[in-house]
Design a binder for this molecule. Structure first.
Ligand code: SF4
Ligand code: MG
Length: 334
């Protein structure tokens, strides 16, 4: 398989007391084997729901898979039973989260956790498993691994705990690693180290990676491809070069403008994007960015723009980039 993952027209809703929230709306993307994809967007844009759908960590109900396929090496994970998913999760596909304590057991020594994680899926002796635990801590650059495997999670600093979680996730030699905001809680130096570590794992082990982040700044140096999500939809996707050098969507441009530059005064950095995303109980029929867009036209309010291909892999969903754009189209006042 050239693509380790193919997500096709995925739609995911949440059942709530007040009705259904359309959290993910018609998402399609491919992940090439060995490649690194970043999914970027503000909180609530559906990026975590997309990631969680791949491993099906969210309980159904309230989660409803309304449409689409998630093909992992050609097989639709949405058709898998719980038992089949348990064989995949933490084995062929692993996840790391913002908070390591969601994956780590506070009452168990970290070496034992890695050993048990691996032995859940593979038959290896206790001795081999311990050797593997040491190797994994070495791989993620935790110093003195022989001593460290005997310690509990609270004995590690935040950054080191994040490394332990990645070691745990990587111990089964997954083909796909999904990292949901893995560095958000860490300071910039440690953040850079963790991202470097993920690049190294990709390089040396060929692990395909999906990185979920709200910060376009962290993907520049890390990802091969980028998806920009907003209000449950993909607004733009392309290679990291296409997105950074030639952003096509007004939202992507605003996200890029919000990325802090080195030597910038703090006051200059904090021009985040004004306004809030639309309510997904009743998604807008037109462009979901309409309320916050400086360039909005009448057509944007009334008709959903398609995800249009520009060149290469570069696509965006905006009337300005559409061949049928009403040229010089009247902007909506107010
Ligand atoms: Fe702005 Fe219209 Fe493009 Fe939406 S479709 S981003 S409202 S110009
Ligand atoms: Mg999230």
């Amino acid at each position: 398989f050239e693509n380790i993952l193919e997500v096709k027209n995925l739609a995911v809703s949440f059942q709530t007391f007040f009705g259904e929230v359309e959290a993910v709306r018609d998402i399609s993307f491919n992940l090439k084997k060995g490649s690194k994809l970043a999914i970027v967007g503000e909180s609530g844009c559906g990026k975590s729901v997309t990631a969680n759908s791949i491993v099906q960590l969210l309980p159904k109900p309230p989660v409803l898979y309304k449409a689409g396929e998630i093909l992992f090496k050609g097989e639709d994970l949405l058709k898998y039973s719980n038992k089949q998913m348990m064989d995949i999760r933490g084995n062929k596909i692993s996840m790391v989260f913002q908070d390591p304590m969601t994956s780590l057991n506070p009452t168990m020594k970290v070496g034992k956790q890695i050993v048990e994680g691996v032995r859940r899926h593979k038959k290896i002796s206790a001795k081999e498993a311990e050797k593997l635990a040491i190797e994994m801590l070495e791989l993620v650059a935790v110093p003195q691994p022989e001593r460290r495997i005997q310690q509990y999670p609270h004995e590690f600093s935040g950054g080191m705990r994040q490394r332990v979680m990645i070691a745990l996730a990587m111990a089964s030699k997954p083909e796909l690693l999904i990292a949901d905001e893995p560095t958000t809680a860490l300071d910039v130096t440690v953040q850079a180290q963790i991202l470097d570590l993920m690049k190294k794992l990709n390089d040396e082990l060929g692990t395909s990676i999906i990185l979920i982040t709200h910060d376009l700044g962290v993907v520049a140096d890390m990802a091969d491809e980028v998806i920009v999500m907003y209000a449950g939809q993909i607004l733009e996707k392309g290679t990291v070069e296409e997105i950074f050098k030639d952003p096509k969507h007004p939202y992507t441009r605003k996200l890029l403008a919000a990325v802090p530059k080195i030597n910038m005064e703090k006051s200059e950095v904090l021009h985040s994007i004004e306004g809030t995303p639309p309510d997904l109980y009743k998604p807008p029929k037109g462009c979901s960015f309409y309320d916050r867009c400086d360039q909005a036209m009448v057509i944007c309010r009334d008709q959903l723009p398609e995800l249009e291909n520009h060149y290469g892999q570069h696509c965006s969903r905006c009337w300005l980039n559409h061949p049928d754009c009403p040229q010089g189209g009247a902007k909506v006042e107010g």
